[in-house]
Ligand binder design. Structure first.
Ligand code: 13P
Length: 259
């Protein structure tokens, strides 16, 4: 079964809504320059909350072939939760994707697998697709226990979801030691963990969910390394940080299949 690769740019806390307009326009032009084919790969931008409305109006107004989404969501529905943004608000802005459990949320905001699982359920409840992030820190990698560590995260973040729900979502494997460090996992490192995640999904939810779920690699992905990473059988896309802030570079990453 062919899985459509998803190349998503996680802008993190960068680009205000005015800058976002310029970057999305340039991304659309660059994708056109590279003869982007949306049958071959899906392009998405995952932007700060304050950019979403602007990005929505631009993408819908100009019918740009770019999906968009948010970087986090509340576990709660509307109510007295100062500073939070709920899933219904994001659905109303027609977000396609919401990343949950990014390592920076785990590290700086104390997010656990249980919280991430609750967030993923909210995203699904409101008709959007969660991109659920997992990945080990350097100590775990050095100990050589990264595969069981990540599989335990998978068990936690997918708890209580159905096979159909898991088949439709996205998992991003992002080894923390490779994020923003320029230290990229080798294609074999990415395949080892992404392959193990797919086997675990098969054990937990069956072969059909495992065949459908899209698994991304993230961590220092650039146009110069994306082709080899995407050649791995269980890697179905990339979650790109720094390189996604440069629209021409991100367009080269999205159109990796042409190189
Ligand atoms: P970098 O591509 O900057 O390493 O960031 C990866 C990441 O965290 C994407 O979510």
């Amino acid at each position: 079964m062919a899985r459509l690769p998803l190349l998503a740019g996680n802008w993190k806390m960068n680009l205000d809504h005015v800058e976002a307009t310029g970057v999305v326009q340039k991304l659309a032009w660059s994708l056109a320059d590279y003869h982007y084919d949306k049958e071959k790969a899906e392009a998405a931008v995952i932007v700060p909350f304050t950019d979403i409305r602007t990005v929505q109006l631009l993408i819908e107004g100009d019918k740009l072939p770019i999906a968009y989404g948010a970087q986090d969501v509340s576990v709660h529905d509307a109510g007295a939760y100062t500073g939070e943004v709920d899933a219904q608000m994001l659905a109303k802005l027609s977000c396609a994707y919401v990343t949950v459990g990014h390592s920076e949320r785990r590290e700086y905001h104390g997010e656990t697998d249980e919280i991430i699982n609750a967030k993923a359920k909210k995203v699904i409840e409101y008709g959007m697709t969660p991109i659920i992030c997992v990945g080990e820190k350097l100590e775990i990698r050095r100990e050589g226990t990264h595969v069981p560590f990540v599989l335990a995260q998978i068990d936690g973040v997918l708890a209580g979801l159905t096979a159909e729900q898991v088949g439709a979502l996205v998992i991003a494997y992002e080894p923390v030691w490779a994020i923003g460090t320029g230290e990229v996992a080798t294609p074999a490192d990415a395949q080892e963990v992404c392959g193990a995640i797919r086997v675990r999904v098969s054990e937990l939810l069956g072969a059909d969910a495992a065949a459908k779920v899209r698994i991304q690699y993230g961590g220092s992905v650039k146009s110069s390394n994306v082709v080899d990473i995407m050649a791995q059988p269980d890697v179905d896309g990339a979650l790109v940080g720094g390189a996604a802030l440069d629209p021409a570079e991100f367009a080269r990453i999205v159109t990796y299949y042409a190189r």
